[in-house]
Write a protein that binds this ligand. Structure first.
Ligand SMILES: Cc1ncc(COP(=O)(O)O)c(C=O)c1O
Length: 387
């Protein structure tokens, strides 16, 4: 039973497996830093889980995105098409490459990158110049698509992959929120050139902080290993081919990851059970529309989110503040990136309308892996009385 004044967090880690045992093993064996048996095992097991040939462990999901974009040959003054409705890191990683995000709209049925509007942008706003795809407005080369499997729901990848077949662009998946989700029977992260995962504390499994790039491409995997290990070419003389990054995950973090991965199937089921319970209970309340699964998708329901009818509920902020006073941590949807201070004056946004509407009405409810039925009931009771 949850106590009435016990705080219900939005999404916190669930550390109930072999975490202690594997951490102790690191300390007992002196393997604590950025190589070690748990790093190798974590990479192997994540690769097997998602069905990729390679997995490269890195310090954060943001580092995974940065390294993957570099491996996709995204460089200074290039452009990457990215949804406006996502976490800041998706676009920050583009800027780390010296490239620019161009913000696309969301599909109202998945809240992820709208494939039709993205295709329209390429058809109307871009042209081929000497073999390069160029954005007519900026004069810059468009190098990649970066769809985000938002809140655990897969983006519709087939039409986006189709765009990469007809244009000289790569597709990199931001699957930071979607480990455990599938698109048409395959785990997300493996359709494009590379997929990026996050093991931040609020993700479905955590290593404290951490990330992974998965790919089927041997060359991309080699490039990622080089870039993320300071581009060290000669391991005896410490000669470096170029300026790389110290992005390697430690054995201690990977030990946590291995223990968490052992529980992932159960964690996904717990998230999905929470989504089912909320969907059923909230159907009795007016003016609430949950983000549902498409028939071709299995969502990890990393976040459980709803759209509020403002005539019934007022603004998401009203609900968030009321919930906070009741000890319940709700969250708004991501603040659309084309309105973020570092991007709003310098980056192009193409017909972004749905993303703004979703943000204006969206709310994420508590959905930790370990949330109890009592805690969910408290959230539902709170909403029932607030309305
Ligand atoms: C969509 C998305 N992309 C990237 C990241 C970055 O991951 P990290 O926090 O591990 O750097 C996150 C989450 O934190 C995310 O939600």
């Amino acid at each position: 039973m949850s106590e009435p004044d016990e705080r219900i967090p939005n999404a916190v880690p669930h550390l109930v497996g072999n975490e202690w045992r594997y951490l102790k093993e690191c300390l007992d064996t002196n393997w604590v830093s950025s190589v070690g048996p748990f790093v190798d095992r974590f990479e192997r097991e994540v690769a097997a889980y998602v069905g990729a040939r390679h997995a490269i462990a890195v310090v954060t999901g943001t580092a995974a995105l940065h390294a993957a974009l570099l491996a996709a040959d995204v460089g200074p003054e290039d452009e990457v098409l990215v949804p406006a409705l996502t976490f800041m890191a998706t676009a920050s990683a583009i800027r780390y490459c010296g490239a620019w995000p161009v913000f696309m709209d969301s599909d109202p049925s998945t809240w992820t990158l709208d494939p039709e509007k993205t295709a329209e942008f390429l058809a109307r706003e871009c042209e081929m110049r000497r073999g390069l795809l160029v954005n007519r407005t900026s004069g810059r080369r468009v190098k990649a698509l970066l769809p985000v499997h938002l809140y655990g729901h897969p983006a519709d990848l087939d039409p986006l992959m189709e765009l990469t077949a007809h244009h000289p662009i790569s597709l990199v998946e931001d699957a930071a929120e979607a480990l455990g989700a599938s698109y048409k029977g395959r785990r997300v992260g493996v359709r494009g050139l590379a997929g990026c995962l996050s093991f931040n504390g609020n993700k479905i499994i955590t290593t404290g902080g951490g990330g992974m790039v998965v790919t089927d491409d041997d060359g991309v995997a080699r490039r990622l290993r080089t870039l993320t290990t300071q581009a060290r070419a000669d391991v005896v003389e410490w000669i470096h081919d170029e300026v790389g990054f110290n992005y390697r995950l430690t054995n201690i973090q990977a030990a946590l990851g291995v223990a968490q991965l052992e529980q992932l199937d159960r964690f996904v089921e717990a998230k999905r059970a929470t989504a089912r319970a909320y969907i059923e209970a909230l159907a009795r309340l007016p003016g609430l529309e949950p983000c549902c699964e498409q028939p071709w998708a299995v969502s990890s329901f990393w976040m459980f989110s709803v759209l509020l009818d403002p005539a019934v509920w007022g603004s998401p902020r009203r609900v968030i503040d009321g919930a906070a006073a009741a000890g319940i941590q709700c969250r708004p949807l991501w603040y659309p990136l084309h309105r973020q201070p570092p991007f709003r004056d310098s980056c192009q946004a193409y017909r972004v309308e749905v993303a703004d509407r979703l943000h204006a009405r969206g709310l994420s409810l508590p959905c930790s892996v370990g949330i109890t039925a009592d805690q969910r009931d408290r959230v539902i009771r709170f909403l029932t009385h607030l309305k």
